[in-house]
Design a protein around this ligand. Structure first.
Ligand SMILES: [Zn+2]
Length: 341
């Protein structure tokens, strides 16, 4: 299997994020790239550098205002006397029916849902390379590869069409899905990250050509809190094309795999032309977030079950998964499972 990644993604290094009113070390660290690369190599992947694809594939899912904000916010923020070295929102509109503001402070509130995704001097460059990694992963699938893996970092599934949050800026899985639609009109996105993929859900919520299915820790007391509940099923033409499968905290392999079967049955019924797997590895029993309890064998079984159920062209896009001794091993296990004949 080809694995795409660029070390230019490592430049983005926001050291802190605001959690529970306290500045903590940001767990979305560049070291994740090294551990995941080792995991991909151990799975037998060949490594490939992504190309610069410009804004075209990114603009399929993100708004022009949002792209301009992300590109220029850091420089504009720097004109504010005494401002921090990273753009962090301190005011947010409670609804989005007011005026689009001119001030970078207010635009930060408009385009950033929380304080976990600061914009630093290197953020723009890294998020572009993360998105282009997703584009070339989709390109591999478009040109005949049955499977390809994109080591995208920062992750993307919490980013909506015009809002960053949860360490995410560009929604790499959505960008891959939209890119695949050049050749494959019906795409399913299966999100197995510990957290609900609220950005992906928002982007496709009114559409029936992209099915979004997410298995995650119950958001009733877990990020992203406001979305990810089972009652959210899509709207308009998209009604019935969004499925959320929340799980109790600390759910382990057996119960998880039973829920995965429910997800796969729904995706089979949709009969997709191509599949995007939003691969968070933070459901691991050793992940610092501690939300679910999937073992390395469990990750292998998740890969096996997907491969057995959905033999369509598949782009695997890296989402979350934070530093632990088995982060890379979990990726190896998952990819090996996915390649099981
Ligand atoms: Zn996550």
């Amino acid at each position: 299997m080809k694995a795409f990644l660029s070390d230019k993604q490592a430049a983005h290094y926001p050291e802190h994020f605001l959690e529970n009113g306290v500045f903590e070390q940001n767990p979305e660290m560049p070291e994740r790239i090294n551990r995941l690369r080792a995991g991909a190599l151990a799975a037998g992947c060949s490594l490939h550098e992504p190309q610069n694809h410009g804004m075209g594939p990114i603009a399929k899912v993100h708004t022009p205002e949002y792209l301009a904000f992300l590109k220029h916010a850091y420089k504009r923020w720097g004109y504010i006397k005494g401002a921090s070295d990273a753009v962090i929102p301190d005011i947010r509109p409670t609804t989005r029916d007011g005026h689009y503001p001119a001030s970078v402070v207010a635009q930060a509130g408009y385009h950033m849902s929380d304080a976990s995704s600061p914009i630093t001097a290197d953020t723009w460059d890294s998020i572009c390379w993360s998105a282009w990694t997703a584009v070339d992963t989709a390109n591999a699938v478009l040109t005949g590869d049955k499977l390809a893996y994109g080591l995208c970092r920062p992750p993307g599934h919490h980013a909506s069409a015009d809002i960053a949050g949860g360490f995410c800026y560009f929604n790499n899985s959505a960008i891959a899905a939209a890119h695949l639609q050049q050749k494959y009109p019906r795409v399913a996105i299966l999100d197995v990250d510990l957290h609900h993929g609220n950005g992906t859900q928002q982007i496709f919520y009114n559409r029936d050509d992209v099915l979004t299915v997410s298995i995650h820790a119950d958001p009733v007391r877990f990020y992203p809190f406001f979305w990810g509940h089972a009652a959210e099923r899509g709207a308009g033409r998209g009604l019935g094309y969004n499925m959320n499968l929340p799980l109790p905290r600390k759910t382990a392999d057996a119960e998880y795999l039973a829920t995965l079967q429910t997800a796969l049955t729904r995706i089979e019924a949709f009969a997709p032309d191509a599949l995007v797997i939003a691969l968070g590895l933070d459901a691991s029993e050793d992940d610092p977030f501690g939300g679910l309890s999937i073992s390395p064998v469990g990750f292998r079984e998740i890969g096996c079950m997907i491969a057995a159920s959905l033999p369509c062209p598949t782009a695997v896009i890296q989402e979350g998964g934070y530093l632990s001794d088995i982060l890379g091993h979990n990726l190896t296990q998952f990819l090996n499972g996915l390649e099981t004949p």
